[in-house]
Design a protein. Structure first.
Length: 198
């Protein structure tokens, strides 16, 4: 079985690294592997750079790091039997060179990173893979709602936002978006938007 590098290994740290050590190593690696300044292949550097950012995103946050450490300990304890890690289902692996065995939180973190970098298709694919395993994932539905909102697919956005809110992913911003979409849909039903012709 292929060894999957831990976030600590990606940043060149031991599991008991301090917050300061995490920041120092992260900054050093970012300067080395940023695709704009990397001395090696740009595509390879971009892949390493993304992995560094994912690892740092988990380890810089105390709560995420605690959950990650628990998952890591569980994974090492149950590595031989393939059981779910700490009660978290693993995503089904894809065939081919992009085979990844990700936990759902890791996949959602990658989806958020893809979304923030304007890679909508990649973010959507990751969210849909998560929903295949865990249909009640409010985070995935919220992100799909954001993607639909940006594509002006308001009814789809409303559906995903509503599901996200039903599964406990509530926020004032999300509630505002739902109100805005409902108002926009009500207006478009009452008065169709005129088409402009030259």
């Amino acid at each position: 079985m292929k060894h999957v590098r831990t976030h600590y290994e990606v940043l060149g740290l031991s599991p008991n690294a301090t917050r300061r050590e995490i920041i120092i190593n992260y900054r050093k690696l970012v300067r080395e592997f940023h695709p704009d300044v990397a001395q090696c292949d740009k595509l390879a550097a971009a892949a390493v750079f993304r992995r560094i950012n994912v690892a740092y995103g988990v380890l810089r946050n105390e709560e995420r790091r605690r959950v990650y450490d628990e998952d890591l300990a569980s994974a090492q304890a149950s590595a031989h039997d393939g059981s779910p890690v700490n009660g978290r289902a693993r995503l089904p692996e894809k065939r081919g060179p992009k085979s990844m065995g990700l936990t759902i939180p890791d996949a959602m973190q990658l989806a958020e990173a893809a979304y923030s970098r304007r890679r909508a298709e990649e973010a959507e694919t990751l969210c849909r893979r998560v929903l295949c395993v865990e249909p009640a994932n409010g985070h995935a539905h919220r992100l799909l709602g954001d993607l639909c909102f940006e594509r002006r697919k308001m009814s789809d956005a409303l559906k995903h936002y509503s599901v996200a809110m039903n599964f406990g992913h509530k926020s004032l911003l999300l509630e505002d978006k739902v109100r805005l979409i409902k108002a926009a849909l009500r207006i478009s039903e009452e008065r169709p938007i005129p088409e402009f012709t030259r």
